[in-house]
Every structure is written in structure tokens, then in C-alpha cells.
Design a protein around this ligand. Structure first.
Ligand SMILES: [Zn+2]
Length: 214
């Protein structure tokens, strides 16, 4: 499948910032909260496993030409701060998905038309607004913490209120949840890996823009 490459929405975000600045300075950058930016331009401390740029996902298809983590700048600020907290504890965030164009949401809905797991594209997902992230934690060796299920496990075991989990899994989910919610993210009850920046549905419009690939 061939995506149209539209770069206009990126033009404001390509501000040649290095990733050497102190994370605390991110609040001082003159970037609008609603601007789409690439997380890589603001931090080198994340691990990427962008599943929809591979066929290792529930669609069993590569639906992104390349894996990039685009988000609204406000989401990036909160995510970078969350990662700083994890780094102090010897962990870091591994990302599975960030902003997702609306066309991809429609494909997902066609395969899994169940709002417990996939947002109805008629309303749009917070992913389509640049306010949601799918993620887990890895340790200093890059090994994923045990969260009880893999990413995009569509079953009750993935839910926050699922009880039949080891104490280690519960502790790992709690570490992720407490830090993310402390930085302004909201949980999604049926998916331990999904976090929405609060007020994203109000602050950010649905988008179908695709990011450029080399
Ligand atoms: Zn998600």
C-alpha cells in the first residue's frame, strides 16, 4: 500500500532542536501544544517497537510505511517527563504506537469492530488526535517487564481490573500506571498499555495526515 506523503503539518515542527537540552527545559520551548512533533527530536531515551510498521500486530499487516512516534507537543512533554522518572528507577519507555492516521483506524475497526479494544473511527481514537500512546517498560538490558499479556492482547487479562495476575505483574503495571497518571495521562480500562493525555479529545482534532518516510 502506498501512502501519500504530506509534510505540511510537519513544517512547523522541524525546528532543528537537538536532544541535548535538559528535560526540564522542554516546558520553555516555543512550540504550540497542538503542534505535531516527532518524539525523536526531543529525546534519545525511548525504545521503539512500532508494531504497525511491521506485520507483528493484530492486523497481521504492515500498515505504516515506517515507524515514527508523532504526537502533539503537549503529549510529548508529558511523555518525556514520565520517561525521566522511569530512567531514575532503571527503566525506560518502549513505544508500540503513537499518533495514528484516521485511515488506519478504519482498517482496524473493520477487523475488530469492538469499542472495548478499538475506537470507532466515526468518533476517532485519541491516537488519531495525537494524544494517546501504547507503551510498556524495559529494564536496563532492554528486556520488557512482565505485564501479564503482550501488546494488543484483546482479552480480559489485559484489563487493569483483572485480578488473576502475579504480584510481579501487578507491581509492574502499577509502576507504569502511577507514573503515567502522575504526569497527566489517563488509563484505558481494558488495555494496560494504552494511555491518553487528559483533555485530548477536547484539545486535539482528529487527523489523517501521514508522516514522511525516507
Ligand atoms: Zn492505544
Amino acid at each position: 500500500m502506498k501512502f501519500a506523503v504530506i509534510v505540511s503539518f510537519l513544517s512547523l515542527s522541524v525546528c532543528a532542536q537537538t536532544v541535548d537540552f535538559d528535560t526540564n527545559d522542554i516546558d520553555g520551548l516555543e512550540v504550540a501544544d497542538t503542534t505535531f512533533v516527532n518524539l525523536r527530536d526531543y529525546s534519545n531515551d525511548f525504545v521503539y517497537d512500532m508494531r504497525y510498521a511491521t506485520d507483528n500486530n493484530f492486523l497481521k499487516a504492515k500498515v505504516y510505511d515506517c515507524g515514527e512516534c508523532l504526537l502533539r507537543f503537549k503529549t510529548v512533554k508529558a511523555l518525556v517527563k514520565a520517561n525521566q522518572k522511569f530512567l531514575k528507577k532503571g527503566y525506560r519507555i518502549k513505544l508500540f504506537d503513537c499518533y495514528r492516521p484516521l485511515d488506519i483506524q478504519k482498517k482496524m475497526w473493520a477487523i475488530v469492530p469492538n469499542p472495548t479494544y478499538v475506537a470507532d473511527p466515526r468518533k476517532g481514537s485519541i491516537h488519531n488526535r495525537g494524544g494517546a500512546v501504547d507503551l510498556t517498560l524495559v529494564d536496563e538490558n532492554g528486556v520488557e517487564l512482565d505485564m501479564g499479556t503482550g501488546f494488543d492482547h484483546f482479552g480480559p487479562e489485559a484489563a487493569h481490573d483483572y485480578e488473576n495476575l502475579s504480584s510481579e505483574v501487578k507491581q509492574n503495571r502499577k509502576l507504569l500506571r502511577n507514573t503515567m497518571t502522575g504526569l497527566g495521562f489517563r488509563i484505558f480500562e481494558s488495555e494496560w498499555w494504552h494511555y491518553n493525555l487528559k483533555r485530548s479529545a477536547k484539545n486535539f482534532e482528529v487527523s489523517n495526515v501521514k508522516w514522511p518516510c525516507d
